[in-house]
Design a protein around this ligand. Structure first.
Ligand SMILES: [Zn+2]
Length: 498
């Protein structure tokens, strides 16, 4: 039984997945009232794909065996749509069994005869039990119960929400890495979302790619935060490098993420939902992340770009990408990106990334073959974060950076790498001061006075002592590794190799 379904941008549901689908329906069909079966058929056509293989069926009219091209649900939609094609009755010819038609992929809304209440939009209308092909979150109610109330009694959808749910698999952004699948939906009012689809995703979307349909990402991996940050940096870069994309794309992105400093007009409210799971027989959801502070993230990005520009980096966006790309470790042939994910998590949440940076430089960079300092500009960028997000006093930060630099350089000269590890391993203020004392005697260094005053609450210059220790360890180790790399380069053996 078919129903009339109204497509427009004036009745949002508030659910990010369904709203994304409503916008997709609008982009595919335009505003108006449509027959639900027609919409279902057209969406299905978009979601099935020729597999490149052939098979045979027995044509009962012609009484002959006919070859056909096999189709299946498009990857990775096939993780969510598990409805098999119907191939009619089977016949046996010369001992072989054949279907009597090529499989027909049709989805059925199976709407109730009596009206019920839709769990998404609340209207009273014929409803259907939500299935994964309409709504990817019908997976694990115990884990993701917050996404749909009333999950205990099953989740009901009206025809419009069910169709929008299916259309969501056309309008989403996704990225695959091995068996991991990440997908992304930006959620705002429907008019803003429609603009984002039309002016940003349609021109930038990679179609027909096995790895995903997102705009080109500077980096991605198995984890949700690193890949989300990669996506945001990609979009942000089109605001600062408008020549890389159509003019309207850049303008649209700027109007979404940039707070207008002239009019101070508040930008649209916008949230990014990022979902990660493992692909297999079906999708197994692992995490859902909601990122709301997109304007603040863009502001931070602008400050990073300004800082790098002042440091004469020719292309700040590219340098920012390079900086994040370095946070990986090689394990045999495999690249482990866990460090990048942790650092990206801290940044997306405006939390403290420095403990991860410290572990990375000591356990990955210093132990690498050859040991390498951080990519140029890394500390400049993270110092901006330190001041802007963690509220560190600029003067004190400079004192720490200056002392750390000298400490690392001198430690290299005296072959005292162990001292830097002792610094990094200090667990209490007393241990921290013991290491500084050692540096004073063994390396004949003068400790800046600002470091020596420990205040109430184990703070140094208003900063928790452990952050001071972490920063100093990072600055010192980086300077040690830089000095080390310089000496390696100047040594006669490496010259010979070149
Ligand atoms: Zn509904």
């Amino acid at each position: 039984m078919s129903h009339s379904v109204s497509i427009n941008l004036s009745s949002p549901t508030g659910n990010f997945w369904i709203d994304n689908g409503l916008v997709t329906l609008y982009c595919e069909f335009g505003e108006g009232d449509y027959d639900s079966d027609y919409i279902l058929e057209k969406l299905t056509e978009k979601l099935v794909l020729k597999t490149g293989n052939t098979a045979k069926y027995f044509d009962q009219k012609k009484k002959e065996i006919v070859e056909y091209e096999k189709v299946n649900w498009k990857y990775p939609t096939n993780q969510f749509i598990k409805v098999p094609g119907k191939s009619g009755e089977k016949v046996k010819i010369d001992g072989e069994t054949y279907p009597t038609q090529p499989p027909v992929f049709d989805l059925n809304l199976s709407l109730s005869k009596t009206p019920g209440v839709c769990d998404i939009c609340g209207i009273k209308a014929p409803v259907t039990d939500a299935k994964m092909w309409m709504f990817p979150f019908v997976v694990d109610p115990s884990k993701f119960g917050n996404f749909y109330s009333g999950s205990k009694r099953g989740f009901k959808l009206c025809a419009r929400c069910a169709l929008a749910g299916l259309a969501g698999y056309i309008g989403w952004l996704w990225k695959a890495q091995g068996s991991m699948l990440h997908f992304f939906v930006f959620h705002s009012d429907l008019v803003t979302m429609e603009r984002l689809h039309r002016e940003v995703f349609l021109p930038l979307r990679a179609e027909g790619e096995k790895g995903g349909n997102t705009p080109r990402l500077p980096f991605w991996g198995s984890y949700i935060h690193e890949t989300t940050l990669g996506l945001l940096l990609s979009l942000f870069s089109y605001i600062s490098n408008p020549k890389d994309v159509p003019e309207d794309t850049s303008k649209c992105l700027a109007s979404l993420f940039k707070v207008d400093s002239v009019s101070f007009s508040p930008p649209s409210f916008i949230t990014l939902y990022a979902v990660t799971g493992i692909m297999g027989q079906a999708f197994s959801m692992k995490s859902v992340k909601e990122i709301t502070k997109l304007h603040s993230l863009y502001r931070l990005y602008e400050k990073w770009a300004n800082e790098l520009e002042q440091r004469e980096f020719h292309n700040p966006s590219r340098q920012i990408a390079w900086i994040f790309r370095q946070f990986v470790s090689r394990q045999g042939n495999k690249e482990e990106t866990l460090w990048r994910d942790k650092i990206a998590w801290a940044i997306l949440d405006f939390a403290d990334p420095f403990p991860f940076l410290e572990t990375f430089i000591f356990d990955v960079r210093a132990k690498g073959k050859p040991p390498k300092p951080l990519v140029m500009g890394t500390l400049d960028m993270f110092n901006v974060y330190l001041r802007e997000v963690l509220g560190m006093d600029e003067q004190f930060q400079r004192i720490l950076a200056g002392f750390g630099y000298a400490l690392g350089k001198t430690a290299k000269k005296h072959g005292e790498m162990g001292l830097l590890y002792a610094l990094r391993n200090a667990k209490k203020p007393e241990e921290f001061y013991r290491v500084l004392n050692d540096a004073q005697f063994r390396l004949e260094m003068t400790i800046p006075e600002a470091l020596l005053r420990i205040e109430k609450g184990e703070r140094i210059f208003g900063v928790p002592w452990v952050r001071v220790k972490t920063l100093l360890a990072i600055y010192a180790m980086n300077s040690y590794l830089r000095e080390n790399a310089k000496q390696e380069k100047d040594s006669p053996t490496s010259e010979k190799e070149e």
